[in-house]
Design a protein around this ligand. Structure first.
Ligand code: ARG
Length: 420
């Protein structure tokens, strides 16, 4: 490692910290190798105090007491653990559900939705602990640095940011050596680099190792959340999701708050192998990458929501909304959560979702979730009209030829002009 000052290079952005002015740092701490090394390194390199913040967004199997102890042992001034599951579900996942949010046709945005909330909480904690700088563990190649720094720069122009992983030029070997030297426990062995994992209530992603080899089919050990479809039960499982004004409120007839409903739906999906996505993705920083996603709750809830929306909307709404859905997902993926257009789009999503009330039944079977039943008081559907029976009521078959003649008029004229 170089003995020069960490940011001897000139600053590019207004929010990048001048090393002289870094006195107390709010570190977004996960307890993993990168942020543990950062915790020590910031104290040494900047001669600064470090306050840690760990955010619970529903990542399974995390022991927050262990993380807090580790931070304190590594010299943190304080370590705060914030349970933000409720806020995450209500303020971030709920609008995503109303917008059927999928980026690139397959990624339900769980990381992209979590980052602005994590950064917002970091700003609040930094202010209350009198920190001048926020530190995060993102690399210089990903989307997460964009999401976190855009949030901090938007919400707190007075705070600066440091991103040591982006600048310290330590590889994994050097990080492990640094950890050994400074008494930082390295869990899970050090031989093979692990997958790079991020997870929360809405899903889990894996990157790195063989995943970077595009013609390498998924190895079994990557699936830690969803059961491999071939190992799922031989009997299909039926689930019913009920929605009120665009949000899921009941699972198989039993009402739950959103967090618990998502957790329970995830469990059912996971045991049936539902929600695996092997995704090629265009990052906002220009790279094309591959991610393996496991998002069982999103796979079920978004499928059901979209089906119900189609049922209660008109043909014109159904033609239009997917374009806005796509724009919403792109903005959020791209780290522009605080962009006013997102709020404008939400207003439209809310308006449409006023009608999205009803129940969707799905059959889950070895990796698939297929809609099999629908019901809604707001369905723009009349079984009598749709059936092949006689004319009657609002629908006159006798009117159809007149409709067809006018409907096809311009197309017929154009065809004739070009072909005669
Ligand atoms: N590709 C996804 C995204 O950009 C997942 C990123 C996961 N982040 C991570 N630090 N492992 O949102």
């Amino acid at each position: 490692m170089s003995s020069e000052h960490p940011t001897a290079t000139p600053r590019t952005a207004s929010y990048e910290a001048d090393p002289q002015q870094v006195h107390r740092v709010l570190l977004l701490y996960s307890g993993g190798l990168d942020t543990s090394v950062m915790l020590k390194w910031i104290q040494d390199e900047y001669d600064a105090e470090v306050v840690c913040l760990t955010v619970n967004l529903g990542q399974p199997g995390e022991d927050y007491e262990v993380i807090r102890d580790k931070a304190m042992r590594l010299g943190a001034l304080e370590c705060h653990v914030v349970d933000a599951r409720e806020e995450f579900a209500r303020e971030y996942l709920a609008p995503a559900i109303k917008a059927n949010a999928l980026y690139g046709g397959g990624y339900p945005l769980f990381t992209a939705l979590g980052r602005p909330l994590i950064a917002k909480l970091a700003v609040a904690q930094a202010r209350s602990a009198d920190c001048d700088t926020i530190a995060h563990g993102c690399t210089g190649k990903g989307n997460d640095q964009v999401r976190i720094e855009a949030t901090v720069a938007t919400l707190a122009p007075e705070l600066k940011v440091i991103a040591p992983v982006r600048s310290w030029q330590m590889g994994r070997e050097e990080e492990i050596a640094y950890a050994r030297e400074h008494g930082i426990p390295v869990k899970g062995g050090t031989e093979a680099a692990p997958y790079s994992i991020d997870d929360n209530l809405w899903g889990r992603s894996s990157e790195g190792r063989w995943i970077e080899d595009l013609d390498h089919a998924p190895e079994d050990d990557v699936f830690q959340l969803v059961c491999r479809p071939e190992d799922a039960p031989d009997e299909p499982e039926h689930v019913e999701l009920s929605f009120e004004r665009g949000l899921p409120v009941a699972l198989n007839g039993e009402r739950f708050e959103l967090v618990e409903l998502i957790e329970r739906t995830a469990e059912i999906g996971a045991r049936n192998g539902v929600g695996i996505v092997d995704h090629i993705e265009d990052r906002i920083v220009g790279l094309k990458v591959r991610d393996i996603y496991e998002a069982p709750a999103a796979a079920i809830i978004l499928t059901a929501h979209q089906e119900l929306e189609r049922l209660v909307c008109t043909i014109h709404q159904n033609q239009f909304k997917p374009q806005l859905d796509r724009q919403w997902a792109y903005l959020v993926y791209a780290g522009l959560w605080w962009e006013p257009l997102r709020g404008d789009l939400d207003a439209y999503m809310d308006a449409v979702n006023e009608q999205v009330t009803g129940t969707i039944g799905l059959k889950l079977y070895k990796g698939h979730a297929r809609v099999v039943t629908r019901s809604s008081p707001n369905a723009v559907y009349d079984a009598a009209l749709a059936s092949f029976a006689e004319s009657g009521g609002l629908f006159s078959q006798a009117a159809s030829p007149g409709f067809i003649e006018l409907w096809s008029l311009q197309s017929r004229m154009a065809w004739r002009l070009r072909n005669e």
